[in-house]
Each structure stands twice: as C-alpha cells, then as structure tokens.
Design a protein around this ligand. Sequence first.
Ligand code: SF4
Length: 928
Amino acid sequence: MEANNIRTMKTIIPTTCTRDCPSTCGLLATVENGRLVRLSGNPEHPLTRGAACGKKALYVRRVYSLERVTAPMIRRGGRWEIVTWDAALDLVAERIKTLIAESGPEAILYYQGYGERTALKLLNRYFFSLLGGVTTLRGSLCGGTGQAAQNLSVGDRVSHDPLDHANSRSMILWGRNPVSTNAGLVPIIRDLRRRGGPVLLVDPARTRSAALADHHIAVRPGRDVFLALAAAKLILAAGAEDKPFLERHAEGVRDFLNLAERFSLDQLCNRAGVCEDQAQLIADTLITAKPTSILLGWGLHRHALAHQSIQAIDALGALSGNLGIPGGGVSQGFEEYGPYDQRFWGDELHPPRRTLLMPRIGEEILNATNPKIRMIFVTAANPVCMAPNTDKVSRAFRQTEFVVYSGHFLDDTADHAHVFLPATTFLEEQDVMASYGHNYVGAVNKVIEPVGECRSEFWMFQELARRFPFASEYRRGLEEWLEAVCAPLREQGRDQGGDLQALRSRPFRVNAPMVPYADRRFPTPSGKFRFLERLDEAEPSPETPEFPYTLLTVAPHDAICSERTLADHEPLPAVVLSARQAAGLGLEQGRLVKVFSPHGAVKARLSVDLELREDILVAERGGWVKGEHGLNRLTRDMASRVGDGCPYYETRVAVAAWPAEDVQDVPILVIEHSPQAPGGNFVKAILRRGARVTTLRPSDGDVLSNWPEGPEDFAGLVVLGGPQHAFDDASSPHFPRLMDLMRAFDAAHRPVAGICLGAQLLARAHGGTTYTLSGLEFGFVQHHPTPAAGDDPVIGAALPLPPLMEFHEDSFTLPPGATLLVQGEACPNQCFRVGRASYGFQFHLEADSRILADWLTLFRQGAIPVYRVYQDQFPDAYYTDLARRLPLLLADATAFCDKAALAWLRLCGEGAEAWGKDREDGSRPVEA
Ligand code: SF4
C-alpha cells in the first residue's frame, strides 16, 4: 500500500516495528518531502490491526534527535574524532587481523544484543564465523529461562497463536503487562472482557495492565510456584482435575500431587504472600471459565528458580484441562529467529568456540584467559547499562584494548568504545522481521534515506568483509541475501499465495499451530507432558534486615529498554515503595533517597504507593548510568538455575534518606520566559543535586498571582531566556519587578543565575545597559575564560570551557563592580558575577538536544519573525556540518553545565549567611 499525494509530497509506507517488544506491530510511516513525520498502527496487519503503543511517536523524534551520532568516529587521545567510513572500517579490520594473528579469534567477543532481531542480523554473526569463529554469548538477559522451563514441561515450547485467544472464556496474565509491553494484545483482552470473560492479573506490582483485569493478585516476587501449587490443590480438592489427561498424556503426576500435598493451603498461600481467596479465584476461574488462556510475562523469568514457577504454572494448565484446547494453553513466547535458514549463523563453519555467560558478562570478560578478551564488538545492545552489575561490566569494558560500537547515541557503552559506527534505525533499512510475541512475519521497508552518514549493519559488515579474504563468499546484494536467509519463509509464503515481494506490503503467518499440542502429544522423550516433580527450596536471595526489599526493575511504559536520549531522562529515577514502609523509614513522597544493595548505590526520588506490597521496591529500568538512572549498579550478576537467564529480581536493596551532608532540598525559584526556553540541563542538574524547584511563567499570568514579595522562601533564583528584549519594559511589564527581585535576592545573600535574557536583565538590574548587537550570534561558539574565572566558585569549578550555544542579538554593558568571567569575540560579555553571588550567562549552557531541535527548526523555518533577516547567513551546509558535530558539542556542553549548575547550587545550599559573611570580610567567595 503506497499512497502518493503530489501536492504535499506525502507518502505512506507500511513497515514493521523491530524494537525489543513482542507485539512486532504493523506500522504505517507517513513521510512528507522525504522526512518521516508520523508512525501509526497499520489497520491492515492481520493480527495487530492498527494497534501500536505510544513509543512509536518517540521513534520519530529519536531518528532525528540531535544527540544521534550520524558520522563514524574514532577515539584518539581520549576524544572522539569524526572520520570517514573507510578510516573507521580500516582501523577495525586492521585490529581484527592483528588480534587474531597474535591471540587467536577467541580474543574477540562479539556481543550481539536484542535491540533488533531481523533476518539480516543473522549475517552479523556469519561474518564472525567466516573469521574462524570468535567468542560469543550464551544465556540471555531476557526470556531464556521461560523457554528452557517450558521445554522441561512440554519438550519444545510452542505458544497459542494470539488469534486463538478469541476462543478463550477467561485469561490469566501471569506477570505480563500488555498495556506497557505488548500493545497488540490489548484489543484481544478487551474483546474477551466484552464477551464477559474474567481476566486476572498476577503480578507483585500493580502495573497499568491492572486496568484491563477484573482482579489483581499481588504475589510475592519469585514465589509464583506456591501460588500455582495452591490453586492446583484447590482444583484437586474440588475433584475438577482433567483425569483423562493425567492418566494418558502426563508423567510425573504422582510427584506433583505429592508436592501439593506436602504443604497445607495456608502454608502455600503464606509462601506466595497471598490470601486463600486469591488462590481460590485462580482455581475457580480455571474450573468454571474454561478454556483459560494463561499468558506468562517476562518478569516471571527474572528469578534464579524461575523454572519452578513456570513449570508449576504449566502444570496448573495441564491439571485443569487447559492444554491442547482452543482458547487455552500456557503461552510464553515465539521463536523470532525460527523462520530463517539457521545455517546463516555460520556455526558450522568453525570448531566450537568459547561462549561467555550473558547474565554475568562483566565477570566473564574479566575472568577470561587463554586468550583474554582483547576486543569487543557490540551491535544492537547497550550492555554497560542493561547487563547486571554495571560497575563490573564497566570495568570489564574499560580494561578491554579495543571496543567497537555500532549504535545510535553516545550512551554508556559508547563511552567505553574506541570506534563508533553510526547505525541506521529500522526506519532507514530494508529487512524482514519475525516476532517473539506472535506468528506473523512482516517486511521492514525503508521509509526514509539514512540520516547523515548512518549505515545499516548489513552494509557495515559487507564493507568490512571487503577487507578480508572471504569477501567473495560474504559480499552479496541485500535482496540476494534476504532471499537466501528467508528461503524457508519463501516456501511458506508460496503456500499462502505470496512471496517475499508480496510480504513487502502484507505480513503473512508462518507455519505454526494455532493450538499447540492439540493431539496431546508432546515432544518429550516419553511423548507426554512432564509435571514438576520436585522443589528446590534453597533460597537464592534470603531476606535480611539489612536489605529488606526485592528490587523489581520493570519495563518502562514510555521507552524500550535503554532506547532514549539524554534529554529524555527525567532528572532522577522514581522508586516506588509502600506507604507503610516509607512511613516506617520516615520518608515522604518526593523525598530524595539512596537505594543501595551489596553491589552499589543510586540516588532516586521516592514515590509512595498505598497499595504496593511491602517487600518490594519498584522502578522502571533502562535509563543510562550517565543520565543518573543506572539501576543496574544495584543488580546481582548471576545466572538462573535453568536456561542461563538473568535473575535481576534476586537483587535485594535497602532505602534511606539521601545523606544530609550532601546538597538537598534547596528551594529554588525559576522564572521561565518562554515555553521554547525551558530550564533544560541547568534545571535538570540542580534537580538531580537536590533542588526543589518552583517555576513561574510570567506569560501565564504568574506575575500577577504568584509573584513572591521577596526571596524569603527560596535559596536561589534562576531567570531563563526568551525572545523578549531586556530593555523593553512596555512589552514585558514584569521586568521592573523581576529586576527588583534579582536585587532583593542578592541583598539577602541568595545566589541568582540569569541565562541569556536573564543575564541581560541581571546586568540591567545592577546598573548595566542593554542594547542590540549589530548581528545575531548563533550556534556553538568557543569563548575564553578571563583570569578571574579560575578562582570563581562556579565557572572555576566547570572549566575547561567548551564551545557553547549562542542565540541572541542583544547584549549588555557590565554593571559597576561586576567581574567578567568569560569573554567572547563577537560579543565580549559572556559571563559575569555581580553583587554577592549573582551570575549572568549570555551563552545557553542549559540547551539540551530537545531545546536545540526546537530552536534550529524555528530559526531555519523563519518562524521567529525578528530573526528572519539572519536566515540567509546560515545556508544548508551550515546545518549539515552542525548536525555531524552536535552529539559531541552537546556532550561537552552538558558536562560543563552539570558542573556549573552544581557549583551554583552549592552556593545556594551553603546558605546566605556564610556567603555574605565571607564577602563582608573581604575574603574570596565560598569555595564550591
Ligand atoms: S514498541 Fe511494541 S507495541 Fe510499540 S509499536 Fe513497536 S512493536 Fe508495537
């Protein structure tokens, strides 16, 4: 389906979402004049039928984010340098050859993540196989345990097609949160409820999917096995077990019944942390509302003994007669790489090579010997952030001689890399995508040309291969490779009257049963379903008074894993604790807290929940360590007993108030003059350090209703920029009152920070004059610190000075007694200190990628009338060059802003009295 509108140059292209999400939604991409403007659900997708989550809107922003690295880079002397693709790939090829010659292929670790699991991704590993095989990964950070556990029950895990849920009369979402992580399932669940079918949610935390359910059962984390046994016991007590199935199609039944008999109902419910009514609810649902579809979620896997819970739930499905019938089943996932020709992993091309355990990747790299890991090549992953025990993973990457990173952003893993290869997103690629949440395979159609110099991994490895003797074997055209890798699919497509070409416009269903095990035959050695026979009761993470809470790092609602930009990060992660526990610790809502485990500590904002279990602490995972969201600093690096999965939820933590000796709870007043000029990195930095911010927006009328009489309620004042002229009181009648306030803060020994317009107003407030320059200062400019800067507590703490963003046509004369701290060439007065601790920053140290994106777009489109006269001075080539350099410029500017903002906040936190006394004594300002 492709609709062209000639006048608007609008095209709508169907494609498939490739993100790490089971929905694998069909999408429609709207492209106007070559630019992606919208993604929406494709109503013609046979399964997802127009459903898609809100994250798709973020992808549009993400593709064009100014933080996105769009040119290859090599790190030299500790700093990134933009280079050509040939230079980057030559270096990578040369290092691969040298390392193999010196230490053998196992000195190279290929870390292939889950960020994208398309057909052509098989060829990444094929490249390394042609090299002779390198060290690769085993185990999983995701669903490995679930698959391995279900294989114990049924021999080979096969799930019910989601379309089969239309035959269900009830559903149990066991640890699954479709509202946030499986949007395609939501309409199916709503339909079931419309038909009167009860839906139960079993999850320690009350997720957003509770709104889809009739009942929420908050089971104790990792103790689902006991809840399943309790429900089984009640089904047996009612005589409602599927006797024919147990007699003819199952093994291990007696042992399972013994298990259920070994405990009283009370004991089982106690261990599961639920009441008997809740176990009864599950049993009644399975007895009276059959067929019941039981859907397992991924949180269920995140325990060392997760296999027991999963096997017990499988057993519950079997016991209640829900296996092998339409609308029933215990469904966990699908094989996303299953439909392709597996030979193209290339594992047969070389002798067996070393594998490292993914859930313990830091430890495994550090301990690898003979040979040690000398090079890591990472694709589609951000392991420094996403793997458990961040500090150890970070250490392992730091000690590795050479790290190559194919990615999109300067994230935590990129910070450890020596070569950055800028990858395309799925919106810039041609490929094929199967799903781990359903049976449909869809085309990934190229929607836009690659941004900047980004290239697909397919292209990268093709080009790398050109530098090796196996080039003729590896180098083929994309369509030719797709035909080869997807050969099994092609055959299936033909059966359905289609082929790969037809797939480009319409997904098709792979050959898989709608209802697995309908013949009651299971691919186990005996051909029978295997019941859980024994329990391993050794407690992998015993409760201790020292670390009383299980940390649940749940999937975020608005992002996939670590796929976000720095600007997307909230100042600090939110952690949710039960109201009772919070009260017991003397912690209230919004409090800055320290969360700590035996492995590390993070700072967070506390959120208090009246309904949450008392033994858990809940936070959304995926934020970057450098964005101060590194929750994996806390997590434990171990492997699950079955399946080599990653039991993140074996992490036990404690919570305490953030130490009083640090800056915290400092009340700061922020004046925001324009929605296009928010506080950005400056306000984010002070919020992270403990500021409590009150924002007034004069344009919203705050000047009349909420204007403070004086500085009594605040420790500092921030005045932000805006398009207004600082000398134009007629257009901005609040300026005189604002300047009074700035003087009053200074008189009361409370620091002030004015940015751009705020700096001009500060200068005016203290006797300087503001005026219009002869031209616009726009873009990143390298200024110079004055001799006084080094001793200044704010600028001195933030040096060296990187290029910083300018966007102004007004300036000011220095007020009497002011100290110039940063000097520019086109506009000399760039940063000054005046009075006791008032700072004016002409440059926009606060500008983050979102603010900049707004400004560049508005300026380029001529949407700011007064600046239209300057547009011609900035041709397209200027923006192209700026876009290549922006990720690096933003990274340096952000680091500078963080340091300056923290130093300024420390002045606020140290208290007005100390500051004023020092100044009155004639001594230098308080040390930051
Ligand atoms: S992230 Fe998941 S739910 Fe959202 S659009 Fe992609 S596949 Fe669909």
